[in-house]
Design a protein. Sequence first.
Length: 132
Amino acid sequence: TTNVQSIRHVLESGSGTHVTSMLRWAAVKLSSGDRADLLLAAIESAPPQNAALAIALLSPGLQAEPAITNTLFDLLEDPQLGSAAALALARFDEAGIRSQLLLLSGSEGSAAARARVAINLLESAAIQGTQQ
């Protein structure tokens, strides 16, 4: 749609609070399909800081989209977007994603380290949830 194209343009060439505002609007107003498309486009072609913002703001609620979860797992070893991907995966508290993170965390390298961070965040959230 025109909104998605406009937001994509801002993601690819904009910076600062304007990008954040557009992404916050998109997170609330766009369908999950449009958010997934926009997120994948941002990862593919936006500057890293905008792609990281897109991951943070657009990924919640997209855990049922295999293209999103697969891309986020692939990004775990990316030096610029791996941490954002780990944080997004940590919000997807689902058994399948948790098992993939556990499996990956047993290996070596930056993707494994970020998988361990995501698991720690999931466990921390679970503990906080039981204390409330």
